[in-house]
Design a protein around this ligand. Structure first.
Ligand code: GLU
Length: 421
């Protein structure tokens, strides 16, 4: 039988990174097995907020490249069916009314057990499982009733979710058995923790997929990084393409121990992916990211600066700070230019008539000028860098000058010389 899995987010806001990791495990499993991945929204109303959250969730899944099969479904649409099943369970003596609510009659003796693909055999004494409410007195079915019923109706073969749901599983299992349906396979993946061992939260950094996108991470980085939160194909491989992840993913290699979300490793990995992009693709991503984040910068100029920054930035969001001097004036501070006067004057003179105004020739001319003043190149180039780029850290100085052109370069050097003097 082909596998069918689902992600069932509650539409309460942005897609949380932990839910995205769970979605990814489901998706990888489905794609590896040639099965289906469904998107099921656990809504309790149809407000505008819900509609917006659904858009957000779908945008984030699409951005990550996690395509779902068929139309997404809404839990709310199945409330009537849930109530009918609850009434039948009452008629069968498997549930009972209690203050207007309907409660499920859990077995009192023995235990409920399942073979969790991640955690192994899990066994819970039935006396510890309460008679869960199926339908509240106001007629609304509960999560612990609606969710397993949807799993049954959707033909879900494997429930892959966070291990914060592990205490719900014996309840859901008994409900599924009571309606005479087949119990799916369960796999509870570990929750995400920060490197300090505490549950991942806002204090650690970005939480929503959307925030990572805004922070300039590439979707392929996120996919690779999230896949390794609790899963590894072996002890070594870290960089894996989407196809390789699909090919190698298995639930058996998901580890039950808490997975650490290391933001520094994420930055490192994003740098690797940025450097691996073909230049044109990298330029294209920069242009898109800038557009999405409110920068109206000339796309052609962005493309021309791309080779100067590709090796040097870890996130697309580093670009404005790093390369913004190509798109607007700089204001170097006097303190940073201190002592740079003679070199600035020498550079202005030598660059004014230099032909061709190209990186290699610029470098040779400026080295000669530094030499003439008895300055070491590093010492000599720092005020020039600050004059032209406004910063101590920048793309290659000579390449930047060539790109800016002679007029802009000279006017910036002149302006800095006036400040330095
Ligand atoms: N709405 C639940 C969650 O996001 C779904 C739990 C489940 O997969 O059963 O955690």
């Amino acid at each position: 039988m082909a596998v069918r899995v689902r992600i069932a987010p509650s539409p309460t806001g942005f897609l949380h990174i932990g839910t995205a990791r769970t979605a990814l495990f489901n998706w990888l499993f489905a794609r590896h097995e040639g099965g289906e991945f469904r998107l099921r929204i656990e809504n309790t109303d149809t407000s505008r907020e819900v509609a917006e959250a659904v858009d957000q969730i779908q945008d984030s899944l699409r951005w990550l490249g996690l395509d779902w099969d068929g139309e997404h479904t809404f839990q709310l649409d199945r409330m009537d069916d849930c109530r009918k099943v609850a009434e039948q369970l009452v008629a069968d003596g498997k549930a009972y009314s209690d203050d207007g609510a309907i409660r499920f009659r859990m077995p009192n003796e023995g235990s409920t057990a399942w073979d969790d693909v991640v955690r192994g055999r899990v066994e819970v004494a039935n006396e510890t499982i309460e008679d869960v409410v199926l339908v509240r007195s106001d007629g609304r079915p509960t999560y612990n009733f609606a969710s397993p019923m949807e799993d049954v109706w959707d033909g879900i073969t494997h429930v892959i979710r966070g291990d914060d749901h592990i205490s719900n599983t014996p309840k859901q299992l008994n409900i599924i058995r009571a309606v005479g349906a087949e119990v799916p396979v369960y796999a509870h993946a570990p929750m995400l923790f920060g490197t300090d061992g505490k549950k991942l939260s806002k204090r650690h950094g970005a939480q929503a997929v959307e925030e990572f996108r805004e922070a300039g991470y590439l979707p392929e980085t996120m996919l690779n990084f999230l896949a390794l939160l609790g899963w590894a194909p072996d002890g070594e491989t870290t960089i894996m393409s989407r196809d390789e992840l699909i090919e190698r993913f298995s639930l058996e290699r998901v580890s039950p121990s808490p997975s650490q979300f290391d933001y520094a490793k994420l930055d490192w990995m994003n740098g690797v992916y940025i450097r691996e992009l073909p230049l044109e693709d990298f330029a294209h991503r920069l242009v898109l990211w800038l557009g999405e984040n409110g920068y109206e910068w000339d796309a052609e100029l962005v493309a021309r600066t791309a080779p100067l920054v590709q090796e040097k930035i870890a996130k697309l969001s580093d670009y404005p700070g790093f390369a913004g001097f190509f798109f607007g004036d700089v204001e170097p501070g006097a303190a940073d230019l201190d002592g740079g006067g003679p070199m600035l004057a020498a550079a202005e003179e030598t660059l004014a008539s230099l032909e061709p105004f190209e990186a290699e020739a610029i470098e040779a001319a400026l080295r000669a000028a530094a030499d003439g003043l008895g300055l070491k190149p590093r010492q000599a180039f720092q005020p020039l860098r600050i004059a032209v780029t406004g910063s101590r850290v920048s793309p290659g100085l000579f390449e930047s000058m060539e790109l800016l052109g002679r007029d802009v370069t000279l006017s910036r050097i002149r302006a800095a010389a006036a400040v330095a003097a």
